[in-house]
Design a protein around this ligand. Structure first.
Ligand SMILES: NC(=O)c1ccc[n+]([C@@H]2O[C@H](COP(=O)([O-])OP(=O)(O)OC[C@H]3O[C@@H](n4cnc5c(N)ncnc54)[C@H](OP(=O)(O)O)[C@@H]3O)[C@@H](O)[C@H]2O)c1
Length: 217
């Protein structure tokens, strides 16, 4: 089955958190934002989970790098995100929502009325990420970047659908909160995917590390 090349980009604390226990998640320096937006510009689409839409209300457009806005893919099994979220009100025709048969019909109708493409990929509540990736390929997406959050990252990595992980380690500690991969967990190193370090650099700010890993399937 053909699937897009999927890259996760996350900025995390030294203890692997992408948000604190109160949901605070501003961890990127200006150079990290530039890296993030460069990857957006190089991608056909940027994917986030419902939790990120609800917590941050991002637009997922290009701001710090010139280029074409990528499409957005929102994974929202129950359609919990508000129809008034920026991803649905700003250029809604560039947004695809992947949901399930458990989503309220009224919510599907409201999104479609705005021009958002809604794909029901399974009976729910969980979407099989292999099915999701296959559908994205069929829709023409070849390079997809994922900007979290932790539960979507876990869904993808635990189903073997991630090709690359790009992390920035930001010099903070949260001690609790959302992890970069947040799910049932792997029992041992043998159960999870093996990563290979492709490159690492000290950020231009002098206080962050950016590393790129490929994921062996
Ligand atoms: N520092 C960073 O780089 C960074 C980046 C992004 C986000 N964040 C932070 O991360 C937090 C959000 O993370 P999160 O883990 O709570 O939320 P999330 O991963 O953004 O979204 C989780 C939701 O996505 C849907 N989902 C995920 N996998 C699914 C599957 N296989 N099938 C169906 N639906 C699926 C589910 O929605 P339903 O429950 O509706 O089914 C699930 O509740 C926020 O605080 C945000 O600020 C930080």
């Amino acid at each position: 089955m053909n699937v897009p090349y999927i890259t996760i980009f996350s900025t995390m604390t030294v203890d692997g958190r992408i948000a604190s226990y109160v949901g605070y998640s501003k961890l990127s320096c200006k150079y990290d934002l530039l890296r993030l937006h460069r990857l957006r510009a190089e991608s056909d689409a940027v994917m986030v989970g419902a939790g990120t839409v609800i917590a941050d209300n991002p637009s997922l457009r290009l701001k710090y790098f010139n280029g074409k806005d990528p499409d957005r893919i929102i994974v929202d099994g129950l359609l919990r995100s508000s129809v008034n979220s920026r991803v649905y009100t700003e250029n809604p025709q560039k947004t695809v929502v992947m949901t399930t048969g458990l989503a309220p019909e009224a919510a599907i109708g409201a999104l479609m009325a705005r021009g958002v493409r809604v794909v029901v990929a399974g009976t729910g509540p969980q979407i099989d990420m292999k099915v999701l990736a296959g559908r994205l390929w069929e829709m023409g997406y070849r390079k997809v970047m994922v900007e979290g959050g932790g539960r979507l990252n876990w869904s993808l990595i635990s189903s073997g659908m991630v090709d690359e992980v790009r992390i920035t380690v930001s010099p903070y500690i949260f001690g609790a909160g959302r992890s970069i991969f947040d799910g049932e967990g792997f029992r041992t190193t043998l159960d999870g995917p093996a990563l290979k370090l492709k490159s690492s650099q000290i950020c231009e700010c002098g206080n962050e590390i950016h590393a790129i890993y490929s994921v062996n399937h």
